[in-house]
Design a protein. Structure first.
Length: 55
């Protein structure tokens, strides 16, 4: 029952696939993901080096 909802409702992977098929924008986009990765990398580096990081 739960799995059928994931295949039919526009969430998760289904939302991503529907956006591609219908040529629709999706949020968050690649730019937001890139910013999150930069912050994550800075946090890890800060922890490893015990120094503040500039973004």
């Amino acid at each position: 029952m739960v799995m059928s909802a994931l295949r039919q409702q526009p969430v998760g992977r289904r939302l991503f696939i529907d956006a591609i098929v219908n040529n629709l924008p999706i949020a968050p986009d690649f730019s937001a993901g890139h910013q999150v990765q930069r912050i994550t990398d800075a946090a890890v580096t800060s922890h490893e080096t015990s120094t503040a990081q500039n973004l």
